[in-house]
Each structure stands twice: as C-alpha cells, then as structure tokens.
Write a protein that binds this ligand. Structure first.
Ligand SMILES: Nc1nc2c(ncn2[C@@H]2O[C@H](COP(=O)(O)OP(=O)(O)OP(=O)(O)O)[C@@H](O)[C@H]2O)c(=O)[nH]1
Length: 603
C-alpha cells in the first residue's frame, strides 16, 4: 500500500512459552489498535484452527496488520507475525523471525524463563532482532517480576532495564508495549528500488482459491497480476489476489519492501510454495534468493493402517488432501505381512504426528491402527551403501550391515533444583550424555544432555513432566548421527513375527525392553479361545517369552439369564471394543499393543 513509507512500518513477533500469554496479548494489541472491534472479538484471534484451540497451542503461523497512532502523532503500521509454540515447527518459527525486525519476549512473571522461550530468543538474537522483554501476568498474586527479570538477564544476557510490566488479561501495560514497538524496533530497510524478494513464512490450502501464501516483502514491490517465480521450487504463477491481513484478508493492489501480506495465485499444493522460499518476479528475477531456505525433513515415522481393509483408498485420498496443506507430511504405501496395506508416514515430530492422526480420524472418519513411532536410522552396508531406514522391519540383517548410526539431539531442560536428580537419572537411563548444568540464582537449573532421538520421541517428555510435577520444560534440536551397537528386536505373536511391532534398540537394553514388551503385550492383548504365546527375539534367539492363557468361559455366560437387553449391550460393547483391533493371523491385537513400546516401564 503505497501510502505507508517503510519508516513507519514495524514488523514484530511474540516469543513466549506455552501458556505465558502470547495469544491473550495479541488479542489485546488488536483491540487496543481498533483492528478488531471489541464486539467482534473472537477470543484469541490468531489461533484459528479448531485443533489448536482445543489443545491450546499455536500450530500455524498467522499475521495481523494494525494501524497505530503513536504518541508522536504519526500513524504507524504494525505487523504482528505469530509464531508456532512447539519444537516440531521450529523451522517455521525461524522463518517468521527472519520476517521481523523485533520481538516481544513475553515471560509469565509468576513462572520464569522456560526452555522453549530460550530456543526462540537465541534464534531471534542470531537474526539481530530487537527484543523487548514483557513481564506478563503481573496481576497474579504470585507474580515476581524482579526475580524473573533477574532470570532473563542471567540466562539470556539480555538487558532488561526497559522491560515492560504487563497483564494481558487486565489490559495493563498495553500502551507501553505499542509505544515500545514503535520506538525501539527499527523500521524495515527501504529497499523498494531493488528487485522483488519476498519471504514466505506461512501458507495454507484453500479449496476454492488454492494455496494462500503469507509473505514479507524484503526488497522491491509486488503487484496484483504480476507473474512470480519461486526461487527454490522453480515454479511460476500469476498473482490473482494480493492483500493484507487486518487480520481478515483485505485486498490491495501492491505491496512494498517492508510490508507483510498474502497472495493467491492458483497454486495447487503448499509444497509448491514452501515456507522459506523466495518469491521474485519472472520478468525481473532477483540475483539470489533470501538465505536460509531448508526443506523440512521428517524426523519421526510410523505406519498407518486402516482397520477395515476397504478403507485403504479412503486413507490414500485423505493423505493426498492433507498433503496439499502440509508440505512436511511424507507418506508412501506400505505392505505389512501382519497388518496388510497401509502407509508409512513421516512427520516433523510427535506433535505433528498426533495432529495428522487426529485429523485423519476426525475430518476423514477413518479408523486407523497406528504403529509406534520410529526415527530414521542410517545403515552402512558391507557393500558400502548408505541406507536410511525409517521402518525397523526393513533393517538389513546383521551380516549385510557394517554399522548403524542413529540421530542424536541436544536437549535443554530448565527445572527447579529439587528435580535435578530425578531428571538426570531419567536422561542417564535414556542413554543420555551429560553436557552441562547451571544453577541459576533463583533456585532453578538448566540441564543440557545429548540423547538419541529415539529415546526422546518415546515418552521422555511425559516422564520429564511427571518427574518434575509439570515444572520442568525442555527443547531439543538435532545435532547429527552417531554409531551405536543397535539390534533389531522382533516380536512374535502365536508363533508369527509381527513386522509392525519390530523395533531397533540398543544392545544393552534389548533384554529389558524385550521382557517388558512381552509382559505389556500379555496385559494388552485380550484372551482368545486358545493359548497365545508371545515371544521377543533377536535374530533367532528368543530373549523373552510369555503366554496369554485361553479364555475359559463364554462372555455371554456372565449375563443375567434371559435379560436380552443386557446381552445386547454387552455385544455392542464388544463390537465397539473390536473397532480398534487388528487381526494378526488369528489373534486380535488392540491399538494400544502397537504403542506398547511407549508405555514400557523402563525409566
Ligand atoms: N492472570 C493472568 N492470566 C493471563 C494473562 N495473560 C494470559 N493469561 C491466561 O493464561 C492462559 C494462557 O494464555 P494464552 O494467551 O492462551 O497463552 P499462549 O502463550 O498464547 O499459549 P499458546 O497459544 O499455547 O502458546 C490463559 O488462561 C489466559 O487467560 C495475564 O496477564 N494475567
């Protein structure tokens, strides 16, 4: 919009740990600037996906453009770019930070700095963003802004002399925040005369208009009708819709360097316009793309099988549709001897996996059996080939492989001192390598470990939370592959190996895991008319063995004689229970059994 010079634009985001009040503050800013009328105010405007709202977390990025008249009497355009709050989406966070010149660091004054906040603040500092600390929730009786300010200074090394005390809930400090955005965050550089380069920081698929792309113009100008070229995907499109987010979409004719907006160009799938890609003009291409483009690689895989084999095509169609809106989702058909036809799907992390599963079941009405998540192993064969194995059942046999490497992550935890011992024990049990520990003045501690990702994607997070009564937080990032003596653990049910239950484990843990698995399966698989043996083995060596005794009585015999309605109810209940079962040979195996590895008592 030509009437706004770059000097009066401010682009910023909010960095906050989950529940520290990011959405509430965003709502307040929208209200205070009159961007959203109070009566239209839907609570928490920026989180607009149902699933997000239910889980109370931010998954997709959004943006909002606000007009603000500052104390200097000038009108400013403030673009607030929302960031997802979960480690699975850290690449998207990094791109939205690049689209900003500043960030509000919102910390709950009754809690303190948390691990996820740290990760994002470091990203912001790396990108030279101006950071404004905001101590939120000062209305709470337990708020200790001075203590938390001390913590921010100590952990992050950030000067907090200009920290703003606020309560998003009570509307305290909102004007100060808006003024600070104008005064302290630098305007975008005026590069309007350069060739167009716009950074995609989010996109979503709309079934009528195709993909809608959210971007920040870094250099030059973009107009409606322009033919654009995407520098990473190499694709070309014609812009048929261009606009700003106020925060609902409002069309404009052109956008200049420094501005944030959206466009539609009959783009078929988000994979054609990925987050991080650079938009330029076909007829006047920029010399080089903006730095930092990366394709999001799946870190976690699982198998998805329809319970009813007839739903295989429906599952394929559903995945195809989801893929239009999710460039990070990978899938390919998989045939399992135990489970039949399904798909092997790759995700950014466990949350991403859960979201996709939930959408498949809720929006597409599919009944699925999902196998335990696996990381991607690197196998060097004796022939010198390098293979990436995302499915334990596909691991080459010991005499075909030279070595196996597994992905490692660095995990940062922040916890009250009391729980340090327990969290160290947990990390050690999960093959963690201690790296660092720092006592902070306020009775909290940071802990750094290197851990195999495989140990983190099971129940590490849940264990950390329960051991610290919910007080510890964590963040992790990939640091590379390392060789380990890993073996494949096979599970046999009723004499047949079940490929979907195979797993890759460390040699030293194999016996314990095998035993625990056999016991857990015994607990989870219902009794049958016959005895069901369960065995865990490495190669041909059986390391654990259990059996489920045969069912003696007919369930119906338990009913009151002649009470037909009760009988019906029982049968219905059984039928419902069956829905989540998969027949493996002649044995019905429930969904929980496939996830048993996540619930082994091995911490
Ligand atoms: N007392 C008090 N409560 C607040 C304040 N700000 C937010 N809250 C409450 O804290 C909870 C979390 O707030 P949200 O705004 O949803 O937190 P968030 O950081 O956006 O959370 P994610 O979207 O999950 O990242 C809600 O119950 C809010 O009502 C505040 O200033 N004071």
């Amino acid at each position: 919009m030509t009437d706004v010079p770059a000097v009066r634009i401010r682009n910023f985001c909010i960095i906050a740990h989950i529940d520290h009040g990011k959405s509430t503050l965003a709502d307040r800013l929208l209200q205070a600037t009159g961007t959203v009328e109070d009566r239209k105010m839907k609570e928490q405007f920026l989180d607009n996906m149902d699933l997000e709202r239910e889980r109370g977390i931010t998954i997709k990025l959004q943006a909002a453009r606000m007009n603000y008249t500052a104390k200097d009497g000038q009108q400013y355009v403030l673009n607030l770019i929302d960031t997802p709050g979960h480690v699975d989406f850290s690449y998207e966070v990094s791109r939205s930070l690049v689209a900003c010149e500043g960030a509000l660091l919102v910390v709950d004054a009754s809690q303190g700095v948390e691990a996820q906040t740290l990760a994002n603040v470091y990203l912001a500092l790396e990108n030279n963003l101006e950071i404004i600390p905001v101590l939120n929730k000062i209305d709470l009786p337990g708020a200790e802004p001075e203590r938390v300010i001390g913590e921010i200074e100590e952990i992050i090394g950030l000067d907090c002399s200009g920290a703003i005390l606020a309560s998003a809930k009570e509307g305290i400090g909102i004007d100060e925040i808006l003024e600070a955005v104008v005064e302290r965050i630098p305007p975008p550089p005026n590069t309007i005369n350069e060739r167009l380069r716009a950074l995609i920081f989010d996109s979503y698929y709309d079934s009528y208009r195709g993909v809608i792309v959210y971007f920040r113009v870094m250099d030059g100008t973009v107009k409606k009708g322009d033919r654009i070229h995407l520098m990473a995907s190499g694709k070309e499109f014609e812009i048929d819709e261009l606009g700003v987010l106020s925060p609902t979409q409002k069309q404009v004719e052109e956008l200049h360097a420094g501005e944030v907006g959206y466009l539609g160009a009959a783009i078929r799938a988000v994979a054609d316009a990925r987050v991080g890609d650079t938009i330029t003009l076909s007829k006047a291409k920029a010399e080089s793309p903006l730095p930092g483009y990366a394709e999001a690689n799946p870190m976690v895989y699982c198998g998805m099988f329809p319970i009813d084999a007839d739903q295989f095509e429906d599952l394929r169609e559903a995945l195809e549709k989801l893929e239009l809106n999710d460039a990070a989702l990978h899938y390919e058909p998989e045939t399992s001897s135990a489970m039949g036809f399904g798909f092997r799907c790759g995700f950014l992390g466990l949350l991403h996996m859960e979201i996709v599963q939930e959408r498949l079941e809720r929006e597409y009405n599919l009944d699925l059996i999902i196998t335990a998540p696996s990381v991607v192993y690197k196998v060097i064969t004796i022939k010198g080939e390098e293979l990436y194995i995302d499915n334990p059942s596909r691991l080459p046999s010991p005499n075909e492989r030279e070595k196996i490497e597994e992905p490692y992550v660095q995990v940062e935890m922040i916890t009250p001192e009391t729980y340090v011992g327990s969290l160290m024990e947990l990390s050690q049990n999960r093959r963690g390598i201690f790296k660092d520990m720092k006592y902070l003045a306020q009775g909290r501690t940071t802990l750094t470990y290197e851990l195999p990702l495989a140990e983190v994607v099971t129940d590490f997070f849940d264990q950390m939370k329960s051991r610290s009564r919910g007080y510890a937080s964590m963040e992790y990032h990939l640091i590379g592959y390392r060789e380990n003596p890993l073996v494949k653990l096979d599970i046999m049910i009723n004499g047949d190996p079940v490929d979907s239950l195979a797993m890759i484990v460390h040699r030293d843990k194999a016996y314990n895991v095998g035993r625990a698995m056999a016991e857990k399966l015994k607990e989870l698989i219902p009794r049958h008319q016959f005895k069901v043996p369960i065995q865990a083995s490495i190669g041909s060596k059986v390391i654990a063995s259990e059996h489920i005794p045969a069912l003696r009585k007919d369930v119906l015999a338990k009913c009151y004689g002649g009470d037909i309605s009760r009988k019906k109810k029982l049968l219905q209940k059984q039928a419902k229970g069956k829905k989540r079962m998969k027949s493996v040979g002649t044995v019905d195996v429930p969904q929980e059994a496939f996830m048993a590895v996540l619930r082994l008592d091995q911490s």
